[in-house]
Write a protein that binds this ligand. Structure first.
Ligand code: SF4
Ligand code: SF4
Length: 207
């Protein structure tokens, strides 16, 4: 899932300072799941802005602000600005569909795993060339602080990462898991193909 973090309310207030009449849009998929931008947080943001002299025209949430068909159906009442709590993709889609100024109330952090909605951990950087079939299902690009694809850096101390002392070296974890499965531990020596992550990326389905 895409993990987002709600910006400090005072920062959102500063961003909307030129405007009086506001609409707040939340997203029930990523932002809502993270408890950072669903209906509850949209209401909290709206309440804060109202307490600080803004007029709230509407609070909307849709299940999936990154879905073009849903965003196209959004109809906004007369408002001066839209405060979006959707991820970067969802917020940009809203901005594409309207001439009303759109600002974000969140920062998009990463693609991560959701541990009971309490802790979110980065598991994938969407590198475009997935290698986890060869690394015991553990992604070293996302989970090693140096994003090392071809094996450990050599700085681990007693199996712990030299950068993040509280975490195991991800390459030790990969090796341990492969050894348990009695799979050969061979490190692929190849360069990362950054052409796979040229921005903006595009994927087309043959429908
Ligand atoms: S290798 Fe890692 S970063 Fe790349 S797609 Fe696979 S999980 Fe994501
Ligand atoms: S100790 Fe392991 S996890 Fe930490 S930076 Fe080096 S290779 Fe990456």
């Amino acid at each position: 899932m895409v993990v987002v973090e709600l910006k400090p309310f005072n920062e959102i207030l500063k961003t909307v300072s030129p405007f009086k009449k506001l609409t707040v849009v939340g997203c029930e998929i990523g932002s809502g799941r993270c408890l950072q931008g669903g209906l509850k947080e949209a209401r909290e943001v709206a309440q804060f802005l109202e307490n600080n002299g803004k007029e709230i025209v509407e609070i909307l949430t849709i299940g999936g602000t990154c879905l073009v068909e849903k965003v196209k159906k959004l109809e906004f009442k007369e408002t001066e600005v839209i405060v979006s709590l959707a991820c970067g993709a969802g917020t940009q889609l809203i901005a594409e569909e309207t001439e009303i100024p759109v600002v974000t109330g969140v920062s998009t952090l990463f693609i991560g795993a959701d541990y009971h909605r309490e802790i979110f951990v980065e598991y994938c950087t969407a590198c475009g060339d997935c290698i986890i079939s060869r690394t015991a299902g553990i992604c070293p690009i996302a989970r090693c602080p140096k994003s090392l694809k071809n094996g450990p850096c050599g700085g681990a101390i007693n199996g712990m990462c030299e950068v993040n002392n509280n975490a195991e070296c991800v390459w030790f974890k990969i090796e341990e898991k492969l050894q348990k499965r009695k799979e050969n531990f061979t490190i692929e020596v190849s360069f990362r193909d950054f052409s796979k992550s040229n921005h903006p990326r595009r994927f087309e389905n043959e429908l």
